[in-house]
Design a protein around this ligand. Structure first.
Ligand code: COA
Ligand code: ZN
Length: 300
């Protein structure tokens, strides 16, 4: 039987902040990370090692890592290519996340390579990572739908996932980059994946564009997935994927899981404080759909 423990990775400091009209400085980014850490969020995506010209909000990510408290959350950083791996290695990033879109057009818009070229780059990075003992996982983006190419075939996702696992990725995050999947499609793809690969190395990343974020988390849970990305206060979106709105909010996901008897280990009153801070810092985040209710029902 699958465990009742669920790991939450808060991607607010990366996916959340990369697309905001307001660019936060390093102290503000650090304050958000520390608020999540105080709420005992077990994994936090600190930022991205990408071109500061492409994503100005992620400039200076390397400077955040030495400032993070030791021995609590697992901190990760996104890397699109070998240069990202080199920069993240230099900053001693404990967990790095490669990203490959299952769709060629999305991958080209995002990181200027076709999917196959990107997989080759991932192979090089993962080989080097292995020799250095670095922990590198990989995202499979636009796993259900691409904003340019439409529906993605499950076989494409299986193929890229297999290539990345064979190359040595320590985990695979299946991402609905634009929030287009519905729960039936999530169940179908995740059941296909869990029948082919170990469910312990799979996790899911949902955006709430069409209000199906929580339903999709539930569908993936039923397929045996026990690790999810979510974003504090529902921040999120990709600057290169038209129509991508915020990620499913961490507070909503945690509330649903805890009410269903799952254990996230997260301190909900402190998580609500982190959500307040995300709203205050960005001026655009609205907070999860359940936040008002949660404020009344969990001691703040
Ligand atoms: N981090 C920082 N800078 C990088 C980099 C990285 N990982 N990879 C390349 N660069 C720099 C190069 O040094 C070069 O700098 P210069 O103009 O000062 O000489 C410049 O970016 C262009 O290099 P090139 O290899 O030609 O990259 P590109 O123009 O093909 O762009 C990416 C590729 C991946 C760097 C760029 O598209 C990018 O950063 N995209 C952001 C993706 C992202 O964050 N998406 C959202 C999350 S999924
Ligand atoms: Zn995302």
């Amino acid at each position: 039987m699958a465990s009742n423990k669920v790991i939450i990775n808060d991607v607010g400091p990366r996916d959340g902040l990369q697309n905001q009209p307001k660019i936060l400085d390093l102290q503000q980014r650090l304050a958000l990370i520390l608020a999540l850490e105080a709420a005992k969020v077990p994994e936090i995506e600190v930022g991205a090692f990408v071109s500061p010209k492409a994503v100005p909000a992620m400039a200076g990510t390397a400077d955040l890592f030495p400032l993070l408290p030791k021995g609590s959350a697992v901190y990760s950083g996104l890397i699109p290519n070998m240069k990202g791996f080199e920069l993240a290695s230099k900053a001693n990033v404990p967990l790095m996340s490669l990203v490959v879109a299952a769709s060629n057009t999305m991958n080209e818009k995002n990181i200027k390579m076709k999917t196959e070229q990107s997989v080759d780059v991932c192979r090089e990075v993962l080989t080097l990572a292995k020799s250095k003992g670095a922990n590198v996982q990989a995202y499979v983006a636009t796993a259900w739908e691409c904003p340019f190419e439409g529906a993605i075939k499950a076989d494409e996702v299986y193929r890229v996932t297999e290539q990345l696992i064979d190359a040595g990725a320590t985990g695979i995050v299946i991402a609905d980059t634009i929030g287009a999947a519905n729960p039936a499609e999530v169940a179908s793809l995740m059941e296909g994946l869990t029948s082919r690969f170990d469910s312990n190395i799979l996790s899911c990343h949902f955006h709430d564009t069409r209000a199906m974020g929580l339903a999709n988390v539930y569908a993936a849970l039923e397929s045996g997935i026990r690790k999810f990305d979510a974003s504090i206060a529902g921040l999120g979106g990709c600057p290169f994927a038209p129509g991508a709105s915020g990620n499913v909010a961490t507070e909503d996901v945690v509330m649903m899981l805890e009410q269903m008897g799952y254990d996230t280990g997260i301190d909900i009153p402190l998580l609500l404080k982190a959500s307040d801070l995300a709203i205050e810092l960005t001026g655009t985040a609205t907070g999860g759909n359940a936040k008002n209710w949660m404020e009344k029902h969990y001691n703040k």
